[in-house]
Design a protein around this ligand. Structure first.
Ligand code: PEP
Length: 250
């Protein structure tokens, strides 16, 4: 089976106001035919901007996504957003299980799995994030942790069309630190093995993104690693030139 088509996804986190539509406009303008040939782009702004961003994208081939969703389709969950609401606002994907959700909101693998299922129910592609802490890496438990997160967080019956996995070492997020290319290769090969063992041939079609301090300067070497099918980008996705510079590594 051919390698999955690469995806570069931007996670804007809690950044962005209405005026940030300018950045989205620059991303759309810079996503030229050559780049479109090589890589998919997804921008995940805060939920307050989804409707405006979906309207601004119009029929340009930049996808819009959410950063989290609730597991239920509706109900008494003050402050939460259902996957159906994100889809209704124009999202086609949603990040679930980001380490900031796992850490600050106490989300477990089981919670993340329910959210991934909710995303699929709403027709969204869940981008399920996993990754070890510094302490887990230093004590040699990276593969054990990542394996447990995969088992617990991913829905059954996943395909290349309805699931993306993002490997994001917690210690690499927002720190400027990245694993070595050999370490990225080891973890991504392990994830691929587990996906194929669980989903058969479809496991080879599921995109595995690397995330954690990806910048234009290191994108080429990180994205060239086997089984790295794109990037989930935080800080560097807030500037169009950096985000496009990462995509241009393909
Ligand atoms: C992230 O938060 O998903 C992320 C990868 O952040 P950064 O690129 O800033 O490390």
């Amino acid at each position: 089976m051919a390698n999955p088509r690469p995806l570069v996804a931007g996670n804007w986190k809690m950044n962005g106001l209405k005026a940030s539509a300018r950045t989205l406009g620059e991303i759309i303008a810079g996503y030229d035919a050559e780049l479109r040939d090589r890589v998919d782009l997804l921008v995940c702004p805060p939920a307050t901007l989804l409707l405006a961003f979906a309207a601004a994208v119009n029929d340009a081939p930049v996808a819009i996504g959410g950063q989290d969703c609730h597991a239920e389709p509706s109900g008494a969950f003050t402050g939460d957003l259902a996957a159906e609401m994100l889809a209704d606002a124009g999202a086609s994907a949603v990040i679930v299980g980001h380490s900031e959700r796992r850490i600050y909101h106490g989300e477990s693998d089981a919670d993340v799995r329910k959210k991934a299922l909710a995303a699929r129910r709403a027709g969204l592609t869940p981008i399920v994030c996993i990754g070890e802490t510094r302490e887990e890496r230093d004590s040699g438990r990276t593969l054990e942790v990542v394996g447990r997160q995969l088992d617990g967080s991913l829905p059954d019956d996943a395909t290349g069309e309805n699931l993306v996995v993002a490997y994001e070492p917690v210690w690499a997020i927002g720190t400027g630190l990245t694993p070595t290319v050999a370490d990225v290769a080891e973890v991504h090969a392990f994830i691929r093995e587990r996906l194929v063992a669980r989903y058969g041939e479809e496991g080879a079609a599921i995109r595995i993104l690397y995330g954690g301090s990806v910048k234009p300067a290191n994108a080429k070497e990180l994205l060239a690693v086997a089984n790295v099918d794109g990037a989930l980008v935080g800080g560097a996705s807030l500037a169009a030139a950096d985000f496009l510079g990462i995509a241009a590594a393909y």
